[in-house]
Design a protein around this ligand. Structure first.
Ligand code: HEC
Ligand code: HEC
Length: 232
């Protein structure tokens, strides 16, 4: 009888719990990332620890990936790999360094093919009252002076433009703040394109406008109609 047989069914479960615990506390992730036993796992399973295997993450700091555009997911993975994009805990960089680049397209396709999340609440992620979504809806549809309407690109986006509907409110607020501060960057060759418009918009929005936009988006389910306004 092989020495490890009694643990055959238990160890993979334990390993996942250790990884999940590490996932929640950012400090140990680089070490734990090396401990991941990926044998027998589909390449997207490790992503599911934070993003949900159904692509609908429970915690607002982890973006929902279900139904997101595959080309956008691939591009963001690439951006984390090259350091164009980072996040405070370094979680994505650590995990992304562990996956085989040959698996990226399959992972992106897996999440893109999951059903889009539905808006689940009329409250923001912290459970507090947020600004009236009507303010956010107006900004989304029409923009304001110096800020292009988000709807031009994000109503029914395709390609490398992300779907924002039913995303976590706190995540959206953080991304807009990161765009405005320069914390989140993109390929400079795309600055003059659609993504550049998004950066400019973020830096011209007041904090209350960002909250209103994020609240409207988090509480809206993606429409299935509208112009296809992908950037490229
Ligand atoms: C330890 C937790 C963790 C794991 C595991 C993880 N991620 Fe993430 N991921 C994050 C965090 C946190 C962010 C948000 C970063 C930010 O705030 O900008 C993120 C962001 C992303 C984004 C950007 C989404 C968007 O809307 O812009 C993509 C794509 C992504 N992750 C894909 C993956 C893939 C693919 C895997 C598996 C190979 C994975 N993640 C594993 C924590 C994780
Ligand atoms: C001209 C097209 C365009 C316009 C207008 C635009 N965006 Fe974007 N937006 C993009 C593109 C392209 C990206 C992906 C950027 C990248 O490559 O990281 C993006 C990314 C984002 C993200 C990050 C999503 C994620 O999953 O991480 C948010 C949030 C966002 N936009 C909000 C807005 C809001 C709010 C407005 C209106 C005030 C707006 N955008 C206007 C094209 C646009």
């Amino acid at each position: 009888m092989p020495a490890n047989e009694p643990f055959g069914g238990i160890m993979p479960v334990l390993t996942r719990h250790v990884i999940l615990a590490g996932a929640m506390s950012c400090i140990c992730v680089p070490v734990l990332a090396d401990m991941i036993d990926e044998s027998g796992m589909a390449p997207w399973e490790v992503c599911g620890l934070c993003h949900g295997l159904d692509g609908v993450s429970a915690m607002p700091k982890f973006p929902k990936l279900a139904g997101q555009n595959a080309a956008y997911i691939s591009e963001q993975i690439h951006n984390f790999r090259t350091g164009l994009r980072a996040n405070d805990g370094g979680q994505m960089e650590a995990i992304i360094g562990e996956i085989d680049p040959a698996d990226i397209d399959a992972i992106a396709t897996y999440f893109a093919n999951l059903p889009l999340p539905k808006a689940t609440s009329q409250q923001n992620d912290s459970g507090a009252r947020s600004d009236p979504p009507a303010v956010g809806e107006h900004l989304f549809a029409y923009g304001k002076s110096g800020v292009q309407a988000c709807a031009d690109c994000h109503t029914n986006p395709s390609g490398k433009t992300p779907i924002l509907f039913a995303q976590h409110e706190a995540y959206l607020v953080k991304q807009l703040a990161d765009f405005a501060s320069g914390e989140r960057t993109i390929d400079p060759s795309r600055f003059s394109s659609a993504s550049g418009a998004c950066f400019r918009a973020a830096s011209r929005l007041q904090r209350a406008e960002i909250t209103a936009l994020a609240s409207f988006l988090a509480n809206s389910t993606a429409p299935l109609i509208g112009p296809s306004a992908g950037d490229q």
